[in-house]
Design a protein around this ligand. Structure first.
Ligand SMILES: Nc1nc2c(c(=O)[nH]1)N[C@H]1C(S)=C(S)[C@@H](COP(=O)(O)OP(=O)(O)OC[C@H]3O[C@@H](n4cnc5c(=O)[nH]c(N)nc54)[C@H](O)[C@@H]3O)O[C@H]1N2
Ligand SMILES: Nc1nc2c(c(=O)[nH]1)N[C@H]1C(S)=C(S)[C@@H](COP(=O)(O)OP(=O)(O)OC[C@H]3O[C@@H](n4cnc5c(=O)[nH]c(N)nc54)[C@H](O)[C@@H]3O)O[C@H]1N2
Ligand code: SF4
Ligand SMILES: [Mo]
Length: 695
């Protein structure tokens, strides 16, 4: 069948939480529905390529299960009995219940909770205005970037790096701890350009032979949580074999005799024991990056989701500082540009409205917080009311047993604003229907390239759906605030934010679709010095200085290793829990988003776990067997898939499927820990010691 002829094609932006921030061309059909979605060819980073799940967006935006009306729970919590209500009824009830909780328990007992369902700043961060004006508990954003960002900043002093489009000009691209084929397909576009045009070598470093490694020239499959050991051994070899750029280090880093003697014991033999790699593999990798000046290190999030992830990211980042790769076009490192936008969001987030200095609760600890853990509550009162936007904690948050138990508390009033009846929405008292990105105006950034993009409202919002911005404003007005920021439109907030940030006017950005925030190349590669006052990259991180950039300690600062190193603090295996489990990303889902679209469900099939055939044989497990994986936190039912591309003793469950998609209804985060990782918190999603047996 031929695709229908579109009435028009509009420029938009993918709103989802993926570093690529693709510019989209969206066909709008004569009946107002959307047709094909394509990657914009004229956007230099998108370069005409997007992932399958967003190419099929018509499945999501016109999904028959979209929430269209506000609803009130009528039966017991989580029983799925609802009554449709009007917006006025819903908003009145929310205001009354929030005010009652404020009066009885204090404003800090209300905890607005959000994450990155949409990455548009207006509809993501506007919830901060409500929090500020009422003095509600704050949220410490740790769930995704709490480990990797501090790890990167510890070295460079600034969260920014070489324009990732320059990967195409590299002679070697190291894709470290990111399954880019699944999670940010555009990395592959530019890495493959380098290979095609320059014969560049592509290296992938992961804990299993994933889809990205299948496309690489060199694949290093190490044991989970051992990247720090690989990195310091690589540096040992660089120094040993005369491949370190000592001149560069003398000028641009804190390199000195203490660090050099620290590395003396970090031999490839030592690292081989820890990583499971061979000495030859470690040396070959060190020689490749040591002899290829234009080596681009694309550092992902995956290896930061180990308990020692912050130090691992820092250790990997040290390699280009030792080879001097930063000096060469096509060389250097990149993790995220999120530190480079210079956006003034003070109005958008309502900083002028802030009442008092409320406690800041760690979003990754939502389970312990809602089940009354005194440390997680910082000695304060329990949470009695929440409004949740843009996130699905019942599936995505660690220590799922506690999350669910907490969300089900009878004395918690839970409002969930959603596009679908997620497993979080199912536990709510009031469910509110939300618009999607083509139905509201917003601007978007993510760390993956250099542009800020604009996405306009282009189709009608279905049913009674309302945008996050409108809902936050309506609640604030009901609660008695009359600040002008609660009266203006999403478009006005964008125009105001751009004006405050000294960006070009919105009209100009609207015409062009984006604004380029690329920094001059020499600044991006720290050619005039790194982000610390002395301009030097730090092989010996001063974590206290990182803390001052907005982080809070989750460990004793004295416990931090002095230099880049392997830090053996991950969940230890033992006789009962002999396996390490990682919960790597599935291609068809984006976290828990798309877990209701037909194309994604077809692609992902049933929730499964990769196990090495030797382990499987030993445990009497065959391909396709029903298995149970468990630890002290809980148990999950999965289907076994035999995979030779991982170490023995390692299990990989690509997720996040719906909890309900698992036999028994328990999702993979039953097994992950909510204990904040050092130094500043964050969830170690890929670090769980578990057992596995045939079900
Ligand atoms: N299709 C799809 N796309 C996504 C997402 C998704 O769920 N699905 N999630 C989105 C979000 S929110 C984010 S933050 C990004 C994250 O995207 P990435 O930066 O790719 O990070 P992760 O998805 O956590 O994991 C990437 C890889 O790290 C590997 N890994 C785990 N532990 C280790 C380790 O100790 N060492 C090494 N070297 N590798 C390890 C995993 O096996 C996995 O292959 O992707 C976004 N894009
Ligand atoms: N085991 C394990 N758990 C993980 C991870 C992992 O690798 N392994 N990854 C973690 C990471 S990196 C992250 S970032 C978190 C992400 O976790 P979440 O931020 O919860 O991401 P999603 O699962 O995509 O859920 C976003 C929800 O927001 C809704 N939404 C989208 N747009 C809007 C909107 O405009 N308005 C409203 N009201 N709702 C909207 C979507 O329908 C969806 O249900 O998950 C984490 N959880
Ligand atoms: S999810 Fe990522 S790769 Fe897919 S369209 Fe969105 S930004 Fe692009
Ligand atoms: Mo994330």
């Amino acid at each position: 069948m031929n695709a229908p002829v579109p009435a028009r094609t509009i420029r938009s932006v993918c709103p989802h939480d993926c570093p690529s921030v693709c510019a989209l061309d969206v066909d709008i059909l004569a009946d107002g529905t959307i047709g094909r979605v394509r990657g914009a060819k004229d956007d230099p980073y998108t370069a005409g390529v997007i992932c399958e799940k967003v190419a099929r967006y018509a499945e999501r935006i016109h999904h028959p299960e979209r929430l269209l009306h506000p609803m009130r729970r009528v039966g017991p919590k989580g029983a799925g009995q609802w009554q449709a209500i009007s917006w006025d009824e819903a908003l009145d009830e929310i205001a009354a219940r929030f005010l009652a909780v404020e009066a009885e328990h204090g404003a800090e007992s209300v905890w607005p909770y959000f994450y990155a369902g949409t990455m548009g700043h207006v509809h993501r961060d506007g919830i901060e205005r409500l929090r500020a004006v009422r003095g509600y508990s704050h949220q410490y954003d740790t769930i995704c970037t709490g480990l990797s960002w501090p790890g990167y900043i510890a070295g460079t002093g600034l969260l920014g790096g070489v324009n990732p489009e320059q990967m195409a000009e590299a002679d070697c691209v190291v894709i470290w701890g990111t399954n880019a084929v699944h999670t940010q397909v555009n990395v592959m576009t530019h890495a493959m350009r380098a290979r095609k045009q320059r014969g560049a070598k592509v290296v992938a470093i992961d804990i299993y032979r994933n889809a990205t490694m299948e496309q690489a020239d060199m694949g290093l499959v190490l044991r989970p949580g051992t990247d720090g050991a690989l990195a310091v051994a690589v540096m040992h070899v660089l120094l040993r074999d005369g491949l370190a750029d000592r001149q560069y280090m003398a000028k641009f880093t804190d390199f000195g005799p203490d660090f050099e003697s620290h590395l003396e014991a970090r031999t490839p033999q030592w690292a081989a024991e820890i990583t499971g790699l061979s000495v030859a593999e470690i040396e070959a990798f060190a020689h490749l990056v040591g002899k290829t000046p234009r080596t681009f290190f694309r550092l992902g999030y995956g290896f930061s989701r180990q308990r020692n992830g912050a130090t691992a990211v820092h250790a990997a980042l040290c390699i280009p500082a030792m080879t001097g790769a930063w000096q060469h076009r096509g060389g250097g490192a990149f993790h995220s540009n999120s530190g480079t936008w210079s956006l003034d969001k003070s109005r958008l987030e309502g900083r002028h409205l802030q009442k008092g200095t409320p406690r800041i609760l760690d979003m990754s600890e939502i389970g312990p917080i809602l089940t009354g853990d005194a440390t997680a509550l910082q000695g304060g009162k329990p949470v009695h009311a929440m409004i949740v936007q843009n996130t699905n904690p019942a599936v995505v948050a660690p220590d799922q047993k506690k999350v669910r138990e907490g969300l089900l508390r009878e004395d918690l009033f839970l409002v969930v604003h959603e596009q679908f009846m997620t497993e979080t929405a199912e536990l709510a008292d009031i469910v509110l229907p939300a618009t999607m990105f083509l139905e509201h105006n917003d601007y978007y950034t993510r760390g993956g390239h250099t542009r800020v993009l604009y996405g306009p409202a282009v189709v009608d919002a279905p049913g009674d759906t309302r945008s996050n911005h409108d809902v936050i404003n309506a609640i604030a007005l009901r609660l008695g605030s009359d600040d002008p920021s609660f009266h203006i439109s999403d478009r006005d907030v964008i125009a105001d934010t751009f004006a405050r940030s000294n960006f070009p006017p919105l009209e100009e950005i609207e015409r062009q679709g984006y604004i380029n925030r690329e920094r001059p190349d020499d600044a991006a590669r720290f050619a005039n010095g790194f982000g610390w006052p002395d301009g030097r990259f730090r092989f010996a991180p001063a974590w206290q200085d990182v803390a001052r950039k907005g982080y809070r300690w989750s460990c004793d600062p004295a416990d931090m290793p002095r230099f880049a190193d392997h830090w053996a603090i991950n969940e230890a295996t033992d006789a009962v829990h002999p396996f390490k489990l990682a919960t790597s990303p599935a291609r068809g889902f984006l976290n828990s988003s798309f877990n209701q679209t037909p194309g994604s469900l077809r692609r992902e099939g049933e929730p499964s776990v990769f196990i090495h055939p030797e382990d499987a044989v030993r445990l009497g497990i065959a391909e396709g067997d029903a298995v149970t994986v468990g630890n002290v936190r809980g148990q999950v039912h999965l289907t076994a898939r035999l995979h030779t591309g991982l170490n023995t003793g390692v299990l990989i469950a690509e997720g996040l499927h719906r909890n309900k998609a698992h036999r028994g209804g328990q999702g993979i985060n039953m097994l992950t820990s909510a204990t904040p990782a050092p130094p500043f918190g964050g969830a170690a999603f890929h670090d769980a010691a578990v057992w596995i047996r045939k079900a």
